[in-house]
Design a protein around this ligand. Sequence first.
Ligand SMILES: Cc1cc2nc3c(=O)[nH]c(=O)nc-3n(C[C@H](O)[C@H](O)[C@H](O)COP(=O)(O)O)c2cc1C
Length: 254
Amino acid sequence: MTTTLIVLAHPSPTSFNHSWAQATEHACRSLNQTVLWSDLNSLDFDPVEKASHYSKTDLVEPYDVLKTQESASNSGALPRDIIDELVKLQQADRVVFHFPIWWFAPPAILKGWCERVLANGELHDTDNRFDTGKCSGKSALLCVTTGSKATESTFNGKEGDIQMLLWPFAYTLRYLGFSVLKPKIIHGVHGYHKGQAKSALDKRLREELSAHTDTITRFDNLPKLSFNADEDFDDQGQLRPFAPSHSFFVRHQP
Ligand SMILES: Cc1cc2nc3c(=O)[nH]c(=O)nc-3n(C[C@H](O)[C@H](O)[C@H](O)COP(=O)(O)O)c2cc1C
C-alpha cells in the first residue's frame, strides 16, 4: 500500500494552503493510501539548528553542525522531534509538500525542517547522495502558491521565474535521491480582492481543489524534473562539455 507524507508549512488553518493539503489527504484516502502528516506550524517545529538540541556526548565542539548530526545519527540520539520526522519520511513512498512562496522562497520553517531533519549521517553522507541518495525510490511533489500573477512569476517576470525560485528546494530533494515531480503552482492567491474579483478567485481556487484528486490519482505518471546524473560531471564536479544542462543553476558557459 502506498504511504503519502503531507508536509505543510503554513501557520493559518483557514489558508488556501491548508485546504489544498486537506485535498491531498482526501485524494490519497480515496485511493486507500496511508496518509501521514507533518503540519510544521501545528507541531510548533523548531526550524533553528543549534547545539542545545544535542546531548554533550554527541556535540562536536567547537559546534560543528555536520559532525554533530553525524555523531547523533550514529549513536541513535538525534533529537526526538527529528526522529519523529525521520520515521515518517522512512515510511513514506511519496512526500507532498504544501507551502506558499514567502520572500521568493519557501517559508523559513520548511527551510529549517530541511536543515534539521535531512540530517548528515542519517539521510545522507558523502557516499550516499544524488544518484546514490538514500531516498531513491521515493517521489516528491511540491504544491506551491504565489501571491503574484502567473505572468509575473515566469521567465522575464518581475517576481522572478518560479521554476528557478523552487530549484534549490527541488535540488535538496534530488540530493537525497528523490524523484521530484514538476511542481504544481497556483498563482494569484491572496486576500486583497473584493467583489467580483474575489468571487472569481474563490471560484478558481474551488476548481483547483476539485481538480487535485486527478493530480494525486495520476501521481506516478506526472512529469518529473530533470537533473544531471553523477556521470555528467567530471572529477572537479564540472559539467562535462556534452552533458545536458537542465537548469540555469548548473549550466554551460554562455
Ligand atoms: C511574509 C510573506 C512574504 C511573501 N512573499 C511573496 C513573494 O515573494 N512572492 C509572491 O508571489 N507572494 C508572496 N507572498 C504572498 C503569498 O505567497 C500568498 O499570500 C500565499 O501564496 C497565499 O496562500 P495562502 O492563502 O494559503 O496564504 C508573501 C506573503 C507573505 C506573508
